[in-house]
Design a protein around this ligand. Sequence first.
Ligand code: SF4
Ligand code: SF4
Length: 323
Amino acid sequence: MGLTNNTNPSIIRNDILEQTQLLGFTLTGICSAEPPESFNMYQNWLSNNFHGSMDYMENSVPLRKNPDSILPDARSAIVVTLNYYQNNIHTKGMPRIAKYALGRDYHKVIKSKLKKLSKNLQEKYPEATFRPCVDSAPILEREYAKRAGIGWYGKNTCLINSQRGSWFFIGILLTNLEIETDKTAIGGCGTCKKCIEACPTGAIVNNNGTWQVNAAKCISYLTIEHKGEISGNLKPLIGSWTVGCDVCQHVCPFNNIRENQPLRSALTTEPDFLNKRSWPSLQEIMQLSYEEWDTLTQGSPVRRVGFEGLKRNAKINLDNERR
Ligand code: SF4
Ligand code: SF4
């Protein structure tokens, strides 16, 4: 498609950076929307059955191979991040919820900001096309974030920004606009193995020289995505985690605030994330009616766990407290 109006890649870039800042995104990077180079790595992860029962990941393979299948003629990926860090102190008898799930559902928060961004850009570039992608869209978002200079892959497979750590969500706006790009991020864990040693279930594994998370053993997967019974040997290892798990990010030195790294683990400024919910105790969760669960989880990422799943997890936590 021929784009005619004000399509200087450098001017478009400046427009975007200005707008993403106004929308409250933490970081913005831009890269080409060429097919992902890590696609083979993704297939390898699937072939090891590290995706557990997340069949949708297998079903979406053809779509993940090329962003063109999500947005025809996609030329650029505008990659944004939103910091979600906040402290959460866990007390006995209460559910333990990973930081990312403490506030409003991030899909909704980021998608609404990306929609505003695409609406504003559309007004300026009427011939352009856009498609927001947040987590659930079939795109290997971490690769595009790396390509856009946002961060590099840690051994825990999180995307790590050397200045900010890893407590952030990633959103992508695909477009057919050609935009001046950033340089691919460079960095690495060096000899550190803290996350591997700290992972309660030993889910971080080296597979032919590549660090991968075996989701079938990961507490985040088990407590959120896995439906039905959790195998007996994994239950004690889940400990007090009710929804998700923060351990491999919590121990990561790149999330340690230092005098010369003040942005690491900086408190989120996003009101929708800061607005934490009050959760009932584990005992009360066990007694919830469906209607009560429905009201309690509206607009929260905890809803994904499901009614039965939340009760199952609360029971495991209570059993573990009694051990
Ligand atoms: S989220 Fe928890 S269980 Fe999963 S890899 Fe990290 S430390 Fe291990
Ligand atoms: S804890 Fe260490 S090995 Fe793990 S991601 Fe962070 S820097 Fe890398």
